[in-house]
Design a protein around this ligand. Structure first.
Ligand code: 13P
Ligand code: SF4
Length: 301
């Protein structure tokens, strides 16, 4: 039996479903039942009947799936696959901002720990952050942890007073406008599509800004034949499937998320077979972290 067949068999036996983010290796995306951006995956997790979820992604994704679905068992193929940005929040700073701006809403990017979520009023993802911030009743917004998504939202919603945190994604943060200009010079007919985790100078020269799903959708709908992609290379797998005949280029070398790349087919099989790397969250933490996630699902409708 091939590895894929073994996984399919185990999935049936355990009543499991595999969710995968666009940044994990292509062969893992191919065996997944659902592939998508962070918002789609957190939403779909609440709509499935299966007893078991295998989350091919990083820790905050598995954690969010467990928080929203306490009755399901959630497994991570690699227990060390984590998003560094999720930890770039200082609880003391949240308390300070709350003291300084008592009416502020703490808006928390889903790329955050369960504990950070408990200090937040609402979660957002890159695909719904603008809409949610716009519709919050609060004027003062403390956006955590990503400075770049925060500054992008601030620009889109100028009527709000946004307070920014200093977190960033190590992969998107290092993409520069200079590198984008070089890539454009090499591919003059290409459109440049960027994830809002990129710095402002990069977003300022983008033809489109959006989540991983947004980028894929946009490229699929345009007539242009060439695209420079300002996000992690994992999206190329779906882009190539959806857009045969179109060309995709990275801005620079090594546009990979090392943590997402830890997820392999062998590890998917192992976690199903041995029921290892299960996500456990105490009921108190889960209940507190669930409130901002549920509010996001409501406000994103
Ligand atoms: P998306 O929500 O766009 O999939 O982004 C997740 C992420 O981690 C980006 O680096
Ligand atoms: Fe985190 Fe960046 Fe990887 Fe996204 S690409 S999961 S923000 S480290």
């Amino acid at each position: 039996m091939s590895l894929t067949e073994e996984i399919q068999k185990l999935k049936k036996e355990k009543d499991a479903v595999i969710l995968a983010h666009y940044y994990v290796p292509g062969e893992v995306q191919d065996i997944a039942d659902y592939v998508g951006d962070s918002f789609y995956l957190s939403k779909i997790a609440t709509e499935l009947e299966h007893k078991v979820i295998v989350f091919a992604g990083v820790e905050f994704m598995g954690e969010s799936a467990k928080i929203l679905n306490p009755q399901k068992r959630v497994f991570m193929p690699d227990a060390t696959a984590d998003c560094p940005m999720a930890h770039m929040v200082d609880v003391k700073r949240i308390q300070e901002v709350r003291e300084q701006y008592p009416d502020a809403a703490v808006v928390c990017y889903i790329n955050s720990t369960a504990e950070t979520k408990t200090y937040s009023d609402v979660c957002v993802t890159s695909s719904n952050a603008v809409k949610i911030v716009k519709n919050l009743p609060n004027h003062d917004i403390f956006f955590i942890p990503d400075q770049h998504l925060g500054s992008y939202v601030a620009e889109q919603v100028p009527e709000k007073h946004m307070i920014l945190n200093d977190g960033y994604c190590p992969r998107h943060h290092v993409i520069t406008a200079e590198q984008v200009k070089d890539a454009k010079a090499a591919h003059p007919d290409a459109l440049f599509l960027a994830h809002p985790e990129c710095p402002k100078e990069v977003l300022d020269i983008a033809d489109y800004i959006g989540s991983t799903s947004g980028i894929i959708q946009y490229a699929a709908e345009q007539d242009a034949k060439e695209y420079i992609i300002g996000t992690v290379e994992g999206v190329f797998h779906e882009l190539k499937k959806r857009c045969p005949g179109k060309q995709f280029y990275t801005v620079k070398q090594d546009q990979i998320c090392v943590n997402m790349m830890k997820v392999t087919l062998e590890k998917v099989k192992k976690c199903l077979e041995e029921e290892c790397n299960e996500v456990f969250i105490s009921e108190e933490l889960r209940r507190k972290a669930m409130a901002p996630l549920t509010r996001m699902l409501e406000m994103a409708k």
